[in-house]
Design a binder for this molecule. Structure first.
Ligand SMILES: Cc1ncc(COP(=O)(O)O)c(C=O)c1O
Length: 385
């Protein structure tokens, strides 16, 4: 079926986090899409409702098969049923990995910039946060492998939290980059957690590689964590998966989950996950085509009207990282000007010092909404000039 991503659905007054302003502010910030979910997912929810009994539920064989087939056929990740653990969310799983691989006071390495909870969870759980800034060349971020190894040695790092694809920079790390990183971590006995929630939003011309698929011989120290929530726009339902291949590690993770009874998902999460992976491909392909056109629209608009904003074109996802430093030296002033123009972006500084004078723009919305948002961004920045 052909989906209509141009449809404008009012999300104000629904408890939507993104559309929290009740005036006519345009929300182009937090990472969810303003699109209606795939019809098979909505049909699944209706089927469950129609059945009418919403009791305790466990993952079915069909769900396991759907997860295995999706990851095997798309990314060559060979999973067996016992390699899949379910959890409430990627960030709860990240916090769990801090308990699995580190003790209070241990050093954990994270890139800068990075999705904010990578930093806050490390600090809030009493671990030492060590930052390795990404370097920028030709409009793309790169891992600074020399800095990463130096910091690992200097701080006796126990765990590296990787974001692949990267939020907010949109990089899909290549096999060469991931293998080089793996070699360094192996050499210094550092565990790796790879957050792969943006995997299914990889854009044309790029190739997502699950970290676990490279980790043969080092599987006791590697987990990939992912979810259907980001790509299929069902973040309100919550649910994710931890993939691990080493038997002892799997036992350790499930034991930790049992301690706080964190392993059971709700009925809707299991059902939506299965239907996304079984029948969501058609919707996803159309959504990605729409998103790529929106990314082109933003690039063209900014080149024409605000040429001094440096655009980092994403390789995955619908988030565009904008360097606005040519327009001023005050993060708060940018935010205030945008507020006044009634358009909301994510302030880059919340993703680390590398986000100074940067903004993150979410383009997963109907074109008409995006166009209005861009006009307001133009107004905000012309006032800055
Ligand atoms: C890189 C990354 N990880 C995790 C999350 C959130 O995951 P969850 O809602 O499953 O905790 C997001 C949401 O934007 C994200 O961008």
């Amino acid at each position: 079926m052909l989906y209509n991503f141009d449809e404008i659905i009012d999300r104000r007054h629904t408890g939507s986090l993104k559309w929290h302003y009740t005036d006519d502010t345009i929300a182009l910030w937090v990472a969810d899409m303003d699109f209606r979910a795939a019809q098979p997912i909505l049909n699944t929810i209706e089927r469950v409702l129609h059945h009418g009994v919403l009791g305790y539920t466990k993952p079915t064989e069909a769900l396991h098969e759907a997860v295995i087939n999706w990851h095997g056929s798309r990314y060559g990740l060979a999973l067996d049923k016992q390699h899949i653990l379910f959890s409430h969310g990627v960030i709860p799983s990240l916090a769990l990995m801090l308990r699995i691989f580190t003790e209070v006071g241990d050093a954990v390495l994270v890139n800068d910039p990075i999705y904010t909870p990578f930093m806050t969870k490390v600090r809030d759980n009493g671990r030492r946060l060590i930052l390795s800034p990404l370097t920028e060349a030709k409009g793309r971020y790169h891992l600074d492998l020399v800095d990463i190894e130096a910091k690992i040695v200097e701080h006796d790092v126990k765990l590296y939290l990787l974001c692949n694809p990267h939020n907010p920079g949109g990089r899909v790390w290549t096999a060469d980059e991931l293998e080089a990183l793996l070699m360094i971590c192996k050499k210094h006995d550092v565990a790796i957690m790879s957050d792969e929630i943006h995997q299914d939003l990889t854009l044309s011309g790029h190739n997502f590689i699950p970290f676990l698929s490279l980790a043969t011989g080092y599987e006791h120290k590697v987990v990939s964590i992912t979810s259907m929530t980001k790509a299929f726009n069902v973040a309100g339902i919550k649910g994710s998966m931890i993939f691990a291949k080493d038997e002892v590690l799997i036992q350790k993770i499930s034991q930790q989950q049992r301690l706080s009874d964190e392993h059971d998902l709700n009925l809707f999460a299991y059902e939506v996950m299965a239907s996304a992976y079984e029948q969501g491909g058609e919707w996803l392909a159309q959504a990605l085509t729409y998103i790529e056109a929106n990314i082109d629209l933003v690039c063209d608009f900014l080149e024409q009207h605000l040429p001094n904003i440096k655009v980092m074109r994403p390789e995955a996802s619908y988030l565009i990282w904008l360097d606005c430093s040519a327009y001023g030296q005050d993060n708060q002033m940018f935010y205030d000007q945008l507020r006044e123009a009634k358009v909301e972006l994510s302030a880059g500084i919340q993703y680390g010092d590398e986000g100074h004078l940067k903004m993150r723009l979410n383009v997963a919305c109907p074109k008409a909404v995006l166009m209005e948002g861009l006009n307001r961004i133009y107004l905000a920045f012309s006032e800055v000039i």
